[in-house]
Each structure stands twice: as structure tokens, then as C-alpha cells.
Design a protein around this ligand. Sequence first.
Ligand code: SF4
Ligand code: SF4
Length: 398
Amino acid sequence: MEKAKVYFAEARSKIWNYEYSLPGKLEELLEKVDLSKYISPKDIVAVKTHFGSQGAFRIVRPVFIRKIVDAVKAIKGKPFVTDTTRIESLDYLEVAAYNGLTHLTCGAPVLIADGIKGRDSTSVKVEGHKHISEISVANGIYHADAMIVVSHFKGHLQAGFGGAIKNIGMGGVSPKTHDGKNNRGRLHSVDDKLPAWDKAKCTLCKRCEAICPTESITIKSKNVEFNDDACWRCGRCARICKEKALDMPITSERLNTHIIEASKAVMSTFKPKKVVFINFMIEMQPECDCMPTADVPVVNDQGIALSDDPVAVDQACIDIVSKAPPLPDSLASDLGVTKPGDTFGAVNKRETKLSLEIGEKMGLGTRKYELVTVKKKSKSALTIDNLRFNVGYLGKTL
Ligand code: SF4
Ligand code: SF4
């Protein structure tokens, strides 16, 4: 497989001028990749991001989403900003608004991709699967003509890190099939098993009960009980249990294989060269944006990477982050991780290269890439900027 191109803009802005700002550099990245190669006029374009949670506010900021939406509109595409159901859909839209993602701020409709009950989805077969033979893809994504996958690059307790691959594999599928069967949760456990509870370790603290998005876990008579039908197998209860009394029955290898299989299903709903991936290495907290809170970042902001290959863009981000020193007063330093390296892997006790290796082996993309660095916004990129700020705020006379 040929090397993929990954365009990169570093986060630091050493000159006080809009052209050197990260929003300015994002415009240049969008210009460099030439979105018109991927998006035709009148294409309906899903701008897939993560809306975060009430307390996990470190998502990709609306200022960046707006730039992407503007770029799609500039080539006559029809964008909408979307995510799949994580909690009740209507509540999740409120979360999006609290975190700043609205039609007004994004410049495009903000929609839940799988409907008000997380069931608006279409079953898709996985070519060359090992474990997951088919999975239901959210219809908002299934029916889109093109997609820009906007990912907050960060850690993840189960997968080690979250980037482009996880955003499509977990984030592109709905929690339920159209007839109400468990769907996304099948990725988190082997054979759709419920979390395993170890009574001896449990302190009955009820943290698992409080975090469950479907109220399917209850502490009764000193026992943890699950509602099998309601449980999404999302794994949040296991992730929040400090005593390790809950465990999702799955290995890292199996989980990552499931995610790659789901990613392939999502990608198969698009014609070739209709999907672009943009990873934001900003406010890189140790855990997923679906958790109830966001800890401080474990490494400093690194910038933005863009590619049409999900494996290459994630590999490039892992490589860039591996050169960044872990930050003091963060989970990294709490755990004694002080030297540059696989910081996300170290804080989450996972091998981050696993998903990249499996992704390459299963044909999702390539780990080989050529990094094209963008230093500043050039004049030509002005065409995709929104009108009000075309003048460039800093360093110019208004
Ligand atoms: S979070 Fe863990 S320790 Fe607390 S009640 Fe649930 S299983 Fe028990
Ligand atoms: S896996 Fe745990 S948190 Fe998730 S839905 Fe099931 S019981 Fe609730």
C-alpha cells in the first residue's frame, strides 16, 4: 500500500497574526487537501464529531467546526453536524448546545444521526470480518454522500486512545438496531455478554448505578443487578468502578478488532474518496469525551492532522504525541509517567499500536504516511473563510 498523505498544522502560534492561529491554519489545511476532490456540489455531508457530556467539555470547539462547515458550503456541499446517541437523544442535543454546538454557532443543522431512540439505523455487512459479521450504521451517516470525521484526539480507557478510527467505529454505529436489539454494545463485549460483577471487590458505592445512561444497573440487597434488555453494553459502569469489581468480558485485541470491523462497515456505506478525517490534538485529556467529566490534559496541545486515511491520521497523531513531554499535575504525573512516549497507552494501561496494527491488517488503511506540514494560512485560503472575519483579526487594520 502506498504512503498516505497526512497534512499537519502545529498548535503553537509564535507570531501574533491570524494567519498563524490554529483556526487560520485549519483553513489552510482544508485548502491544501482540496475538499472538492471529495465533495461534489449538492452532496449531503455529515460533519461527524462528538458532542461530549455535561461535564466533559473538552470537545472540538465550535470555532473549528464552523470553519469546516464554511469550507463545505464554499464548494456547494450541504453540511450537517452530527453524532450518534450516547444518552437519550433529546438530552444529548441539550448537551451539544451546552457545549456550544448549535445551528447558530456551527452554521449548519446539528442532528442526532440515529434518531430520538438511537435506533434509526441500517444493518451493514462487514467484509472480511472475524467476529462481527454485520452492524447497524446510523442512518444520518448511512445516507450521507460524504463525511468529514472531526475527532478530538485523546486517551481512552478501553482502546488506549480515541481518534479517527474510534470516531467512526464506535461513533458511526447506533446503540440499537432498528428493531431494538443491542448494537454498538456488541463491540464492547464478547458474544454480547453483560459486564461481569465481582461481589468480593464491590463496596456498593453506587457509582456504576449513577453513571449508567440507561438506568439498567441497580444496587439491590447488596447485589448489583442488570437489566439485560435495557443495557447498551457501553462499558461506562466498568470504566468508572475504582474497585475493578465490574469488568467488560473482552480482551484489548478483540475490542480493537470489533472497532475496526465496525469502522469498515461505516466506510463501506460511502463511495471511495468521500471521507476525510481531521484529528484535533488539543486539550488531550486521558479519557473519552463521553465520561461525566474531563480531567486536565496529559500532554500539551500539538495541533491538527488531516488525511483521507483513518489509520494514517491516527498513526501520525500517536507519533506526534509520543514526542511530547507528559504534563505535570496531570494523571500522567500521578501515575509516574514523566518521559515522552506512549503517554495514552501508559495512563490507560493499553497498547495504543494495537488498533493501528489491526486496522492496517484488516485493510482499513495504512500506517505509512508522509507528513506535509502547514505553517500558516496563505492568501488563497481566504476564499473558504466566512465573510465577517475575512479581514483577519490580528495584525491588520480593520
Ligand atoms: S462502582 Fe464498582 S464498587 Fe461501586 S457499586 Fe458499582 S460495582 Fe460496586
Ligand atoms: S454497560 Fe453498564 S453503564 Fe452501560 S448500559 Fe450496561 S449497565 Fe449501564
